[in-house]
Design a protein around this ligand. Sequence first.
Ligand SMILES: *Cc1c(COP(=O)(O)O)cnc(C)c1O
Length: 216
Amino acid sequence: MIKENVRLILNELKEGVELVAAAKTRTANEILEAIDAGVKIIGENYFQELRDVYDIIGNKVKWHFIGHLQTNKVKYVVEMCDMVETLDSIRLAAELDKRCRKIGKVMPVLIEINSGKEEQKSGVLPANAISFIRNIVKYTSIKVMGLMTMGPLFGDPENARPYFRKTKTLFEQISDEKIPGIEMKYLSMGMTNSYKVAIEEGSNMVRIGTKIFGAR
Ligand SMILES: *Cc1c(COP(=O)(O)O)cnc(C)c1O
């Protein structure tokens, strides 16, 4: 089932759109099945789950951190991950920079944008994104490579479209700023119920869990 699901999605995604298999709550065996079917990037939300499956699977796949990252876990996460998609505070940027420098690594990061301006959600508000980036370019052991957004969760993905569109516009504005040391390459938007709409609005990285692994 997992293999079949992955193949269907990979066939459907157009050239240039990266698939991140969102693997929270999934076992190493489930993740390995997805890898066998062609998944190249696994997204994990929680440090403990990441560690457990990483211990078994290791570096045969790329690992993206896609959950809220606590600074006390950064030390471990930077060793395992190839990208942090959820950079949302200066404090986290400083810690990532410090820990990456220690191990001689430059970590690609995406800035998480709170595109719905929801109070309870993490992420940088769209209006603050450019100054946020200007404040973290001094941290040269992390490299800003784009934006990620969840957007408000709706039953009908059409309702998410304006938030995806807004994030794409912001992505282009930041690009136009030509801030030295950053590269606006990835726009991570879209999950199982919204990825088609997200791609129409310019996403080139989709994070899909349920459609690969089944309901949680
Ligand atoms: C769980 C999760 C996803 C995938 O959600 P599905 O609806 O299962 O596809 C994507 N992104 C993040 C940040 C997640 O936590």
